[in-house]
Each structure stands twice: as C-alpha cells, then as structure tokens.
Design a protein around this ligand. Structure first.
Ligand SMILES: [Zn+2]
Length: 318
C-alpha cells in the first residue's frame, strides 16, 4: 500500500478582508501549508514533502490561525501556487496513494481546494482517518471519541520532541502514531498485515459518503414498522441497500425507545453502510431524520441506551 501521511494548515475568512460570498462558499478553508511523510511497508518513515502555499482567496491571515500556526502575514507570500504544489505532490505521491491524516477534515479541505482550482480530476487518492485507526486499534473504541494527536502520543508513550501545529511535524507525529498502533496490533495478531488492518478505515473522499432526509409520519403510525417497510439507497451510487437482520428478526436496532434507531446495510459496490434514524427534538410532530453513511471505520452496531429491565432478586427461602 502506498501510504502517505499528510497534514494541512489552512486559512479562512477574517473580518479585515472582504471576500466574494459565492467564491467563499466554494472554499471555506484555503490551504497555506502541506506536510507529508511516507510510511513504508515495514512501518519506518520514508521521504518527506513540504510546501508553503500562497493563498489566492483568503490573503489576510486569520488572527486565530496566526496564533496556532505561528505563521505571519509576510510568510503567506513565500509559498508556491496551489496548482504547482499539486503537480509536485502528484510526482511525490506516486501510484494509487492513500492519504492518511488525523480526522477527516484534511481530506475534505484538500478536495475543496482541488475543486476550487479545477484540478480535482487530475489527482485521485483514497483517504484514511488515522484518528479512527488509533481509536479502533489502540484504544479498542469504534464510537469515534475524537482524540488529539498529543493524547495519542501520550497514550502510546511516544516522544514529543517536535513542535506541534506545523504541517510537517504533525504529519510525522501522525505517522509515528500509525506505525506504533500497527506494530502493537501485528504483534498481538500475527495473521494480520498492515493492509488487512487498515482496509476497513480506507475511504474514497471523492464519493458522497453521507445523505440525510427528513420524514414526517401521521399520528398513530408506528416508526419501526414504517422503517421496516421502506427502501434505502446508497449515498454514493443510489443502489438499493441490503439491510442486515437483527437477532430478533427485523432490521432495526432500537438505541433509545421512541428516539433513535440503527440498521446495518450493504451496497454491492460501496460495502458497509450505516443507517441511523433520529426523532426531531422539540417537535410535536412525528418527524425523523434518516441518515445513510459510508463509515470511515469498521461498522459496529452502536450500544443501546435502553434501560435494562431491573434485576429483581427473589429470596428462595422466603
Ligand atoms: Zn453504492
């Protein structure tokens, strides 16, 4: 697997600069720096890539971003154009790359910048959420508690010998976290490979991975019966989904009575799909939001928050 660990720094709108709203809606965050490091098959860190990018839309550095990244207004002019950076990273990344980053925001921002500069078609990549890999494999959690890079370094007893919030050092930290997490997992499960462990966490950021719709039911209609009778489609391709049966024979898991439900489904092309349903809050109407999602981690049925039937102890001698 051609695994490249990437970290971005980006700028956004600030009060001191008027930006055309239509342009701004196409690109909410503009990349000003990209750092990357290759994670080799043997989990050692390989060659690095680093570019400052000169913004064309948000040319004034936002004070908060300046404070976190320690970038100055002057330094924004010292970068290359985004399109040049893309040419360079295509050459650096090589065939069929998987871009790993902490969380999913980097992949979304990267793609929005590619669309803005009309280069999205030139460069196909798959994405991997390193934060989800850390939570799932090192912490044994799939619910996605969003840990910070620093938390993961502490958890794995990795050194914090580099500055934070610089693209290249954050990429190196993320690569070290991935490498340590995978090493530990391979020691515990010798039958696995880096490829097999990472497969459920890889997603295609070019797809529409999530769709929501709202339905309002007439009074007296049972939600679960309605959900059972309905058909569901894949957010990416619109194919009809196959829902997985629960132990009790239906398709729907009640997570909270009258409020939240979940079903596991499959698209023939895009694999596992999560369907979650939530009743609208503060509404007298029977209004429900139905969300279909291609997950960026192994699909797991969420834990039900149903109150368990209280245990009553009966004294056998009574
Ligand atoms: Zn599909």
């Amino acid at each position: 697997m051609n695994l490249i660990v990437v970290d971005l720094e980006w700028n956004s709108a600030s009060r001191s600069q008027k930006v055309d709203q239509e342009l701004a809606s196409l690109m909410r965050f503009e990349i000003i720096e990209l750092g990357a490091v290759r994670l080799r098959e043997d989990l050692s860190l390989g060659s690095e890539f680093h570019r400052y990018v000169t913004p064309v839309l948000y040319k004034k550095i936002h004070y908060h971003i300046a404070a976190v990244t320690k970038r100055t207004q002057q330094s924004l002019r010292e970068g290359v154009l985004f399109t040049h950076m893309i040419d360079d990273i295509i050459a650096y990344a090589g065939e069929n790359p998987v871009f790993a980053s902490w969380g999913t925001a980097d992949a979304d921002v990267f793609l929005s910048n590619c669309h803005f500069h009309d280069v999205a078609g030139d460069f196909k990549f798959r994405a991997l959420n390193a934060q989800a890999v850390f939570s799932g494999l090192a912490e044994g959690e799939t619910s996605g508690n969003q840990r910070s890079v620093e938390y993961a370094l502490d958890f794995l007893r990795l050194p914090k010998d580099l500055p934070f919030h610089e693209a290249i050092t954050d990429a190196i930290y993320t690569a070290r976290i991935l490498a340590r997490t995978l090493e530990m997992e391979l020691t515990d499960h010798p039958g696995e490979t880096v490829e097999s462990l990472l497969k459920p966490y890889i997603f295609d950021p070019h797809l529409t991975r999530q769709l929501e719709s709202v339905v309002t039911l007439d009074k007296g209609i049972d939600v679960v019966s309605f959900l059972e009778s309905r058909e569901y489609t894949c957010p990416a391709c619109g194919r009809k989904l196959d829902l997985a049966k629960t132990e009790s024979g239906g398709y729907w898991h009640t997570l909270k009575t009258g409020k939240r439900w979940f079903a596991a489904a499959k698209c023939e092309e895009h694999g596992d799909i999560e369907i979650s349903v939530r009743k609208a809050r503060r509404s007298d109407l029977q209004r429900y939001t139905i969300r279909t999602l291609i997950p960026d981690r192994p699909l797991k049925i969420p834990v039900s928050h149903e109150e368990k039937t209280p245990f009553v102890w009966i004294d056998p001698d009574a």
